[in-house]
Design a protein around this ligand. Sequence first.
Ligand code: NAD
Length: 261
Amino acid sequence: MGRVSYDYTGETVVVTGGSSGIGREIAVRFGDAGATVINGDVRERPKDRGEERPTREAIREAGGQAEFVETDVSDPSAIRTLVASAGEYGGVDVMVNNAGWFLESSLRDVSPEEFDRITSINAGGVFFGCQAAADDMIERGEPGAIVNTASISSTHAQKNQIPYDATKGAVRMITRGAALELADHDVRVNAVAPGHIATEFGSGAEKKKEAVAAGEVAKPVPIERAGTPEDVAGAVLFLASEDASYVTGELLYVDGGWQVY
Ligand code: NAD
């Protein structure tokens, strides 16, 4: 099968949650494709097992250009600071609102504090990321692309995940609403919906791989393996690219077919 390569030379890409897992791979792939990448994360050190090098170093060692801005996406003013940092490189061309937090807890056990926290990170982080990027793109009069990390949880409920599922459902609707509002400004807004991806998120990479292989997930995964950050990153680079110039408001599942049943 063919391989696609992208050219993002001269473009500035902001990725939230780019220190680990899916966001890290997205950042590295954009860096390889020639973009200047700005990673906004609460921590610079990767969570990934066996991975010590921060994303910024990995991209620079490969010959690319990258920055790190310590950012908590639950704080809208921190997101503004992150997006403003792209000004040094001409402004943000692609915004990837990827940072997320997971909570496994039943309806009866979730505290108001936990509910507020997950809402402000998963839904607020994406909403204010779209807002800050849109302001930057519109004020400069430049086209742009926004890609949000949603989830299979955006459309499918799973036990003991109501706050997570609700916030990922919100990501889907923020994506659709922003796509409507920004189309006139030449800004496209799409989302990827990963399934079971082997990262340290939630139960961790190894447990996810074992659970998928043993069929111990709510439904079987037709492509019988856990996904990888690489699987998701390719979809993000496509949605941000000119090849997707007539695609907006879309939720692209990257889930090995999990949602098809
Ligand atoms: P990960 O834990 O490997 O990486 C998440 C990154 O986000 C970390 O570097 C973390 O420090 C950062 N982060 C967390 N809270 C933050 C905050 N408040 N502000 C800024 N950065 C913050 O997880 P991942 O699997 O790469 O997840 C990335 C995204 O993919 C999340 O939005 C998650 O909901 C989504 N997702 C993951 C899976 C999966 O199976 N791994 C499935 C569906 C969706």
